[in-house]
Structures are given as C-alpha cells and as structure tokens.
Design a protein. Structure first.
Length: 326
C-alpha cells in the first residue's frame, strides 16, 4: 500500500486529536476514582464506547458498500466467515491487551500521583522503537532523537517530586508494556481489518473483562455511579468511542514509532486541562517539557518525510529501469 504525504499528514492530525481527548480524559479518570472502582469505571466507559460506534459502523457500511463488495470480489480466497473469524480473533487479542493496560493504569492511579503516572505510562515512547528493533523493523535516527526528546519532555512535565518506586508506580510501568503491545498490534491488524470493526470488538472484550472483574472485586453502588456520570460519559464516548477510533484510523497510515510520540502528547494536553479545569498552572520546567515534546514530534515527522521521499525516488528509478529493460 502506497502512503502519500497527504495521508500521512491527515493520520498525524487524527492521532494528535486522539492525544488531546485522552489528555483531558486523564482528569476525568482522576475524578472518577473518588466515586467508583477502576474496573467499574473501565467496564462502563468501554461499554459506552462500543455503543457509540454502532451508528458509525452502520453509516460506514451504507456509504462504502460498493468498496466492500469490490474488496470481497478481489479476495475470493477468503470467505466472509473467515474474515469475520480473523477479525474476532484479532479484536479479542487487542481487547485483552487494552484491558490490561487500562486496568493497570486506573488501579495504579489510586496509589501514585498523576504526574508520575503520566511519565511512567509514557515510557512506551521508548519501548515502541525498541520493540521495533527486535521485530527487525528499521528505525531511522530521527525517530530515536525524537523519542529521547519526547521522553525528556514528559519527565519535565510530569515528575515534580523525588522519583520513588511505589506499588502504583510499578503498576504504571507494567502497564506501559501493554500500551506498547497495543500500539504494535494495532499497527499489525489495522491494515487487514476494518478499523471500526476492530475497535468495536476490542471495546466489547475490554468492557466484558472489566465488568466481570468489577463484579468479583468491587462494590457497585448506583448513587456513586450517578456522581461519576460526567467522567464516565466523557471517558466512554470521548476517550473510548472517539479517541481510540481516531487512533485506529491514524495508525493505518502512520509509523508506530511516530504514532507513539504523537500519542504521548496526551500529557501536554493533560497539563493544559489541569490549568483550565483545575486551575493548576505549569512552571518554566513544564513549559520547557512541552517545547521538547513538540520538537520531538516535528523531528520525527520531518525525518520520516525525508526518508519517505528518498524511498519513493528509489522506487520510481527502479520502475523506470525495469520498464525500459522490458
């Protein structure tokens, strides 16, 4: 599949919007802890996210029926049942990983500060390119430089006290490995499976696992659910239904290492949200961190665009050479 500059740029914008929604959702997650358990919160919000996707899927099927028919005709080797089975298998795996990451993050927030949680969770910025190396993916120098700048920026924004490893910190660190796996798995499946279908299946799986855990481990009271209604609605419709779907479509045309850096900007938007909603202003250290993160994003995109142009020129040269020889 040929990915043009325009598609790459639009994909990056979608990922940036997802990061903004997640940044403000971080505040909703903090507020919800006061009223409902982590598994209850995740179970309901991912259920809401699943429901919010149904109209989008129906509209997508209606306006793209011709495209779907052509796709089916061009893939006679796979029946609809096989495609559906593959989608369920992939969605179940991605959903389980999502459940683990979301659960560890929400549980960890009860025993660590928001600043530490944001920094440790953002460790996937480094883990994604590292995993790419083990998966024999080529990572250019600009991605490494951008990752270092981004993780440094996250540190300056998030860590405002002595770094000590607590139980909550360890849970966030473990969760960062699952967020890394989530990004890599989406990159693997999103080009083969319809993003909306993959999103719906992973949300349903994550919601079911969370609700089962909530029934076994937590006390669910209607009065507390009502008090946490606004954070749950934002977390379900905004953070899950919209943002995770934007991630799906964005990663279809974005490189995993670049996607990780852009998505890590959620910490910047979280800081902005804390200022606007909670009245907490950043100091010079925080603004320096924001500048480093945006610089990292710019470097990753400029470096990636230059490499893509070079590869396109080489491909075109080879094509011209082969056509003249034949």
């Amino acid at each position: 599949m040929i990915i043009t500059k325009g598609k790459r740029f639009k994909a990056n914008l979608l990922l940036l919007l997802a990061a903004a929604i997640w940044g403000f959702a971080f505040i909703a997650q903090r507020v919800s802890i006061q009223y409902v358990g982590p598994f209850t919160f995740n179970g309901i919000r991912f259920a809401l996210g699943s429901i919010s996707l149904i109209p989008l899927i129906l509209l997508n099927n209606k306006f793209n029926s011709k495209v779907i028919e052509k796709d089916v005709e061009s893939n006679n080797s796979q029946s609809k049942k096989v495609k559906l089975l593959n989608a369920i298998k992939a969605g179940a795996l991605v959903g389980f990983v999502l459940f683990m990451g979301a659960s560890l993050q929400q549980v960890g927030l009860k025993e660590t500060t928001a600043g530490k949680a944001a920094f440790i969770t953002g460790f996937y910025i480094i883990l994604v390119p590292l995993c790419g190396v083990f998966l024999k993916q080529k990572i250019n120098k600009s991605a490494w430089v951008a990752s270092i700048l981004a993780i440094t920026g996250l540190y300056l924004i998030s860590v405002t006290e002595d770094f000590k490893i607590s139980r909550g910190d360890l849970l966030q660190l473990l969760g960062s490995f699952f967020w890394t796996a989530h990004i890599l798995l989406i990159d693997k499946y999103v080009r083969k499976i319809n993003p909306l279908n993959l999103s719906l299946i992973q949300y349903i799986v994550c919601s079911l696992l969370s609700l089962i855990s909530a029934l076994l481990l937590e006390d669910i009271a209607l009065s507390y659910l009502i008090q946490a209604l606004l954070p749950i609605l934002y977390g379900g419709i905004g953070s899950v239904g919209i943002a995770y779907t934007l991630q799906m479509y964005g990663q279809k045309y974005a490189k995993p290492s670049h996607a990780a850096i852009i998505l890590s900007l959620e910490s910047v938007f979280a800081a902005i949200g804390e200022f606007l909603i909670l009245g907490e202003a950043m100091d010079l250290r925080g603004y320096t961190g924001c500048a480093l993160m945006f610089t990292g994003v710019l470097i990753s995109q400029i470096g990636g665009s230059y490499k893509q142009q070079t590869e396109s020129i080489h491909i075109e040269d080879r094509s011209l050479g082969s056509s003249t020889s034949s």
